[in-house]
Design a protein around this ligand. Structure first.
Ligand SMILES: [Cu+2]
Length: 70
């Protein structure tokens, strides 16, 4: 999986900008240099530069439910 690999995941429980920020910073600290875009309406997080298991762990540590590839 190349570092620039981009994937979109479903994340359950995000309801506001604060949630988006929590998820973003959790992934960023787990995978420094990764690019994260949260879509609150679609309940998805698009990430490049981080592997799925790292994203999953960060999302769960932040208190949200990781629901796999969107
Ligand atoms: Cu929130």
């Amino acid at each position: 999986m190349p570092e620039t690999y981009r994937e979109t995941y479903k994340v359950i429980g995000m309801s506001c900008g604060g949630c988006a920020k929590s998820v973003t910073s959790a992934i960023q600290s787990a995978a420094p240099g990764s690019e994260i875009n949260v879509d609150l309406d679609g309940k998805t997080v698009s990430v490049s530069g981080a592997k799925e298991d790292v994203v999953k762990q960060a999302v769960e540590d932040a208190g949200f439910e990781f629901a796999g590839v969107a």
